[in-house]
Design a protein around this ligand. Structure first.
Ligand code: GDG
Length: 487
């Protein structure tokens, strides 16, 4: 961050880092479940500045109107939150439509067909322009540093550049980038690429996604690709395409010291869910999204109970599935499908006092999530495709007892770093079931060996490292631009 001292930092994301709601006793402030907020908030707290977001969670607009612009986090007030209020039509077209029915399945290749409607595309363009105008209105100089977050804002970088040519625009794409054939399905793929190439730096989680992006540009636009430097020159402007694997904020020793012990957490979870005392507990925590492989996980649990019946009565799988995008048909039918499969497994293998699957389809407070992570014998992440995945990193961060086994999908960006996990192909039920079994019987010494190594990776490559690398690259870029301007 030192390179940017004195520069103004503006973040743009769809989601608000805080939600203000009218409760019976006045306004209450909540922090929503989001990988993005988990990752970017520490940066904003360190740099101060302004965060521009859609007031999506703060549903009761009348009640929270006076929170259009507010200092957050509550009580600490490190930075400003400025809300953009979208109309229901804008939110439908831009967020649910183009971003989540179009770009989300397009980039995840999870065999859900992307939907591209002309009206969604129009809303997406309009909303991106509204955010660009807000950035310009917030800018106190000609060259602020603007951090653009995610696939909701593919057009924003070029729009910002059109009005603030000297701004440094750092765009981070939190989801995968598919191969050129897959991306070419989008009727407006060229416009999206041109929008993103307004960025000074365009970041992905992995080299693989960077390469896919560069190949997509190569096929679609008249641009010069410098593979060696990882840059793209398009219409006389250069963009650095770089990988910045995102991570979590590693918990402070004082925070860890205040956590209830692993034994207490385990007993709490056993009591709350009415689980057997002598059990192997596997845990998953996700937004209730079809890319997270929740169905594949349940199939693997079922297969495990089939092939290793000695675990019936003792193996329990708890899945937290936080509600998400539930107004979309694809999500509703997926969620119903998962509920049916969970029910089927429980009917098949359950008995009085024992249910193998506990599907908790509600948002949980962070302490409750942490308690589950600490209570678990196995952390399960089986995404069908995931830019990074933070849950696996949070799981190991929760385990200062150095026990617990991580089962991790090879299709999560995190699999490239977290090599001491049991890596699985979630589409392969047998393999995933075997990994769960192996985890269930792994000796404590081997668990410790793997966990110690996983923890040191995440501790070192934490979210500050992610941000620092990106901001350091931005700082160098700004310096170069200033030097060149002088020549
Ligand atoms: C996108 C990319 C990338 C979930 N349920 C609850 C809850 N969560 C928290 C988890 C974690 C976060 O939400 C989910 O983060 P992920 O990284 O797993 O996934 P996405 O939301 O899809 O995020 C992803 C990320 O952006 C960052 O770049 O890693 O690949 O898809 O922090 O713990 N938190 C609470 N209650 C819940 O019920 N408190």
């Amino acid at each position: 961050q030192t390179q940017l001292r004195g520069d103004q930092v503006i973040v743009v994301s769809n989601r608000e880092p805080y939600i203000h709601e009218q409760g019976p006793e006045g306004i209450v402030v909540r922090r929503p479940a989001s990988g993005l907020v988990t990752a970017v908030e520490p940066v904003m707290r360190a740099c101060s500045g302004t965060w521009i977001a859609h007031g999506s969670g703060s549903a009761d607009r009348e009640a929270v109107d006076r929170h259009d612009r507010v200092a957050v986090p509550p009580g600490v007030e490190d930075y400003q939150l400025r809300r953009i209020w979208l109309t229901p039509e804008e939110e439908q077209g831009y967020y649910y439509g183009f971003a989540n029915e179009g770009l989300w399945p397009l980039c995840h290749v999870a065999h859900v067909r992307p939907v591209f409607r002309e009206s969604d595309w129009e809303a997406y363009q309009r909303v991106n322009q509204r955010f660009a105008d807000a950035v310009v209105a917030e800018a106190r100089s000609e060259d602020p540093v603007v951090l653009v977050q995610d696939y909701h804002f593919a057009l924003l970088p070029a729009m910002i550049r059109a009005q603030l040519p000297q701004a440094t625009v750092l765009t981070f794409w939190h989801i995968p980038w598919p191969n050129p054939e897959s991306f070419g399905i989008c009727p407006w793929h060229k416009e999206i690429l041109q929008g993103l190439l307004g960025s000074t730096i365009l970041g992905f989680h992995t080299r693989f996604h960077c390469r896919n992006f560069m190949e997509t540009v190569d096929r679609s636009l008249e641009a010069r690709i410098e593979a060696e430097y990882s840059t793209i020159r398009f219409q006389d402007k250069e963009t650095l395409v770089e990988s910045y694997p995102i991570s979590i904020e590693w918990p402070e020793p004082a925070t860890v010291a205040a956590w209830p012990s692993v034994a207490q957490c385990r007993q709490q979870v056993i009591d709350r869910l009415g689980l057997p005392q002598d059990l192997c507990l596997a845990v998953g925590v996700d937004r209730f999204d079809y890319t997270k492989g929740i169905l594949e996980r349940l199939n693997a649990v079922e297969r495990l109970l089939e092939k290793a019946p000695e675990w019936i009565g003792r193996f329990v799988f708890v899945q937290v599935a936080a509600p998400t995008r539930a107004s979309l048909d694809e999500y509703r039918s997926f969620q119903e499908h998962v509920e049916r499969v969970a029910e089927r497994i429980n009917t098949r293998f359950g008995r009085p006092g024992y249910r193998p699957v506990h599907l908790l389809a509600q948002h949980h407070e962070p302490d409750a999530v942490n308690e589950l992570f600490r209570a678990a014998d196995i952390g399960v992440v089986t995404s069908l495709h995931d830019g990074m995945n933070l849950v696996c990193k949070e799981f190991v961060a929760a385990r200062d007892d150095q026990q617990g086994v991580l089962v991790l999908s090879r299709f999560a960006g995190a699999a490239r770093e977290m090599t001491e996990a049991l890596i699985v192909n979630p589409y392969h039920v047998e393999e995933t079931a075997d990994a769960l079994l192996r985890a269930a019987t792994m000796p404590p010494a081997e668990q410790r060996e793997r966990m110690v190594s996983l923890r040191s990776t995440v501790r070192e490559f934490n979210v500050f490292r992610w941000a620092a690398r990106m901001l350091a690259d931005a700082g160098r870029w700004r310096l170069r631009a200033r030097v060149e301007a002088r020549v």
